[in-house]
Design a protein around this ligand. Structure first.
Ligand SMILES: Cc1cc2nc3c(=O)[nH]c(=O)nc-3n(C[C@H](O)[C@H](O)[C@H](O)COP(=O)(O)OP(=O)(O)OC[C@H]3O[C@@H](n4cnc5c(N)ncnc54)[C@H](O)[C@@H]3O)c2cc1C
Length: 478
């Protein structure tokens, strides 16, 4: 991944806007640019767009939407912004927090009204740190359905998506850092150049780059990466070469509840509604209500880097609303026990310690970890248990941007024509792993994606760009 000097290079084809990455950010950016009247090309390294978006649970937080109103949820961007900053310890960049919280609702409504995406609000439990029910999902409630609907919308809107197109270099003017084009490498090793007037980086973060994780987030160096392998940190690598500013590279979303060895996400709703985590000694080790991201670190610190999620029949039925959980049941990751003795037998955990841990769920006051069980029912037989580990989902640091999604230099001035959103840009979680509020990932993907698409379209609108078609090989989807 390099920056090449653009001087003397002539491109066989030049497009107004090129977007690298076809996850939620890239496709939303493409739809917004297209709506604004700009021609756009999305470049994707994979044969089919998927990204971490397809692997995700597909939950997007937004405040003040008509979808919330329809289920009688009162919420505002200001309350949402407070929740984000409370989780981030006040260290998320306020201008970006305000930008995404104010724009998330209009973004989801625009995707519904203009591009036929449907949204439902999850109002049966609150995710850690959210003071209102504000998680929006497509009706299937999966990331794969979300990306599927975005692809359909992009195809309907006439967005060109070139797949099997790994962007391996950007061409930039040496003095100004203006991006003039890029080089793609095809699976057979052939290289092609494409010119652009504006470039949007929607190629997510560096979760798949073990070296960068060791460098920037050492506490997650031993964790399995659960996101898309193609997210190799290209945005940050190019940004550094262009002398762009990066921020909060130590931030990420971890998850402390992935079934092992099955590798299936076990919904955190089980913990929020009364479940607990114990280590191999049968003992609780944390406040499970702090957040699932930081819980990844706590679980990894336990013997063998694992924990058992302990819950009961009532919570099992709550879990069954989630496709991942259903898969975990199908794969025998979820064990059933009719009594405490059975539970000790099926998990191999010491009976006495396990009994004491379960008894804690009947406590009515704040416990030694800071959790209060007063609002949830004590666990009772029959029980369920899943062995889990801590994993890395995606990184939250990235290129510093302004509220127009423009990439900034160290002196906070914008680069001439470079935009970023989603995991490519610095998110709103501050610098720490415990700063991640559920949904911060897709929140910045769709919201900043839309803004990047709109602003890039405005930037190129002034230029009377002549579309020059040359010999480039073009394989579009659909
Ligand atoms: C298991 C899991 C569950 C999650 N659940 C949620 C959730 O419920 N809510 C939430 O908000 N967040 C969730 N997240 C995080 C969320 O998935 C990401 O924050 C979000 O998908 C980022 O979107 P994106 O468009 O920036 O990146 P992606 O969806 O990863 O898309 C980036 C694309 O860029 C492509 N690419 C990368 N480099 C290049 C290159 N050089 N050339 C060409 N293409 C390139 C990649 O192949 C990829 O397709 C979850 C993550 C995981 C792993």
């Amino acid at each position: 991944m390099t920056i090449l000097a653009s001087e003397g290079v002539s491109f066989p084809i030049t497009l107004p806007i090129v977007i690298i990455g076809s996850g939620a950010c890239g496709l939303t950016a493409a739809l917004a640019a297209k709506d604004a009247g700009a021609e756009v090309l999305v470049l994707e390294r994979d044969p089919v767009p998927s990204g971490s978006t397809a692997l995700s649970s597909g939950l997007i937080p937004a405040a003040g939407t008509r979808f919330q109103t329809s289920v009688k949820v009162e919420d505002t961007p200001a309350i949402f912004a407070e929740d984000i900053q409370a989780k981030a310890g006040g260290d998320a960049e306020q201008a970006i927090v305000d930008c995404v919280t104010e724009n998330a609702g209009p973004c989801l409504e625009w995707l519904a009204d203009r591009h036929d995406l449907e949204w439902v609000v999850l109002d049966d439990f609150l995710y850690p740190g959210h003071s209102r029910y504000r998680m929006h999902a497509v009706p299937e409630k999966t990331g794969s359905a979300l990306i599927g609907r975005l692809i359909t919308a992009a195809q309907t809107a006439g967005v060109d998506i070139m797949t099997d197109a790994l962007v391996t270099a950007l061409y930039a003017e040496s003095n100004t850092a203006r991006i003039c084009g890029l080089q793609i490498t095809r699976p057979d090793g052939t290289k092609e150049d494409i010119g652009c007037e504006a470039l949007i980086l929607a190629c997510n973060g560096y979760g798949g780059n073990a070296e960068m994780i060791r460098k920037y987030i050492p506490e997650m160096a031993g964790a399995d990466y659960f996101g898309h392998a193609g997210n190799q940190g290209d945005a940050v690598i190019w940004g550094h070469e262009l002398s762009a500013a990066t921020h909060h590279l130590s931030a990420c979303q971890g998850h402390g509840s992935v079934a092992t060895p099955h590798g299936i996400l076990i919904t955190w709703a089980l913990m929020m509604e009364g479940g607990i985590q114990v280590n191999l000694a049968g003992e609780r080790f944390s406040n499970e209500h702090q957040g699932y991201s930081e819980q990844a670190v706590d679980v990894l610190k336990q013997p063998e880097g694992v924990a058992w999620n302990i819950f009961d029949e009532r919570l099992h039925y709550l879990g069954m609303a989630f496709e991942d959980y259903q898969n975990a049941v199908l794969q025998d990751a979820v064990r059933k026990a009719d009594s405490l003795e059975d539970l000790a037998a099926v998990t191999g955990l010491p009976l006495d310690a396990l009994g004491k841990s379960i008894a804690e769920t009947a406590g009515g006051s704040t416990d030694r970890f800071g959790r209060n069980f007063a609002a949830t029912k004590p666990l009772e037989p029959p029980y369920r248990a899943v062995k889990v580990t801590g994993t890395l989902f995606h990184t939250q640091g990235g290129l510093r941007i302004n509220d127009d999604a423009r990439v900034l230099n160290e002196d906070a001035s914008p680069l001439p024509n470079l935009f970023a959103g989603g995991g490519a840009a610095c998110g709103v979680s501050g610098p720490r792993i415990n700063g991640y509020l559920s949904g911060n990932g897709l929140l910045t993907a769709v919201t900043l994606g839309r803004i990047a698409g709109q602003r890039a379209a405005e930037l190129v609108a002034g230029h009377s760009l002549k579309l020059v078609m040359g010999g480039g090989r073009r394989s579009t989807l659909g």
